[in-house]
Design a protein around this ligand. Structure first.
Ligand code: FE2
Length: 412
């Protein structure tokens, strides 16, 4: 199969992309628009990109908002309470059904790589078992990385360490953590040492919910970065949220940046979730409660955006569209200068792929998997400005989603 009349990022002109045996065979320049042959896909001058990536979501919690009660205050802490209620009624089938429904939404928006956190502070590890099955059943739609996520702590939850180790044995891909939620500062630090050790021993990646609080004294990021540096694991480690960095003073942050850069770790910001949940203890002026995305990026570090939630106890909106999160992130992080807009898709494609350590399994280059998405706009700027839709999604050379443009009518 061929995709013709494609525009590509960072290149001018039109291209044809030939797919063969689940791989990209060649990418060749086209002198002008051509007529697509039977069986080929016509990008019609639209941008063709490798699939969009969702680097941070909680598929075990999606589509549960309001069950049994709504989060009335909209706070993180009431969210954890509401989730506790919902968790009591969760079943294997319920988790799988909701996760698969959400994966369908992600597919519809051109996403094919997903990292989901799954709560493992449950002696039965039922949600993890369900998600391991989802990972297999949804293989034709997405590559799913599963994070063993200790929502209620590793040190602060009964048998927390054993549950993490068991989750890795069962097949989790990534080791998670939540140091700022542990009962004490010391437990936060020891939880990071434990989880890094577990990851190093098992060969898992690491993705820690780190400093998801406006408390400027929440400084577990430096512990995580130093552990990653000493163990030489930086590229395999991700710090998610790090919103306390939005409240650190500049003197501390400038010292911290030196360590972060040397560590080589990755960052995920969830701007819609954070702008909703953080700043809740402020009156006015209110902090944004988002990490320093532009500053990390401009300092040469790897940052990407994630959506975190789709209609769950913490965040009632969301529909699977990562471009909506990108648009919000660009606003919230003061990233709408000309140059930022020209490369805005980095934050939902290449940077995210690097966070997920996708390596040669990602990218539009001959020899790599024939995974791509056609967008309904010609460049990064127009994609984000017009909130372009994914027109088609191709996975291993097979079309898994095709969207036909909506038609407007104007009666006399
Ligand atoms: Fe999260």
């Amino acid at each position: 199969m061929k995709v013709v009349n494609a525009r590509l990022r960072r290149r001018t002109g039109l291209y044809s992309i030939t797919l063969q045996d689940e791989r990209i065979q060649s990418i060749t320049a086209q002198p002008q628009l051509c007529v697509a042959q039977e069986g080929n896909l016509d990008a019609a001058g639209g941008l063709v990109i490798p699939p969009l990536v969702e680097p941070h979501i909680h598929l075990d919690a999606v589509l549960t908002a309001g069950e049994p009660e709504w989060n009335m205050s909209g706070t993180l802490f009431e969210g954890i309470e509401r989730w506790g209620q919902r968790k009591a009624t969760i079943t294997h089938e319920d988790t799988k059904r909701r996760a698969l429904t959400a994966i369908g939404l992600l597919r519809d928006h051109g996403i094919q790589h997903v990292r989901t956190h799954v709560d493992v502070t449950d002696p039965s590890l039922a949600a993890l078992q369900a998600m391991l099955e989802v990972r297999e059943e949804a293989r034709n739609l997405v590559d799913l990385q599963i994070v063993a996520f200790p929502q209620e702590g590793i040190e602060s939850f009964p048998d927390g360490r054993a549950l993490m180790a068991r989750a890795v044995e069962m097949g989790a891909d990534v080791v998670g953590g939540i140091p700022h939620f542990e009962n004490t500062r010391e437990q936060g630090v020891s939880s990071i040492k434990f989880l890094m050790e577990l990851a190093q021993r098992s060969g898992c990646l690491v993705d820690v919910h780190c400093d998801e609080t406006d408390d400027p004294q929440s400084r577990f990021l430096e512990v995580l970065a130093e552990e990653a540096r000493v163990r030489d694991m930086g590229t395999r480690v991700t710090a998610s949220h790090t919103v306390a960095m939005g409240s650190y003073d500049n003197a501390y942050c400038s010292k911290l940046f030196r360590l972060l850069k040397r560590s080589g770790i990755n960052f995920v910001s969830c701007p819609t979730e954070s702008i909703h949940l953080q700043g809740r203890f402020d009156t006015w002026p209110k902090r944004r409660g988002v990490t320093r995305v532009a500053e990390l990026d401009h300092a040469g570090m790897n940052v990407c955006f994630g959506q975190d939630s789709i209609k769950d106890p913490w965040y009632p909106l969301g529909n699977g569209n990562i471009l909506r999160v990108l648009e919000a992130g660009l606003h919230i992080c003061h990233m709408m200068g000309y140059e930022d807009l020209q490369r805005s898709l980095d934050f939902v494609t290449d940077n995210s792929a690097r966070t997920l350590s996708l390596g040669d399994n990602y990218g539009l280059e001959p020899g790599r998997p024939a995974n791509l998405v056609i967008l309904d706009a010609e460049d990064d700027y127009e994609v984000v400005r017009r909130q372009a839709k994914a027109r088609a999604s191709v996975r291993l050379g097979r079309v898994i989603m095709q969207r036909h443009p909506e038609r407007l009518e104007y009666p006399q």
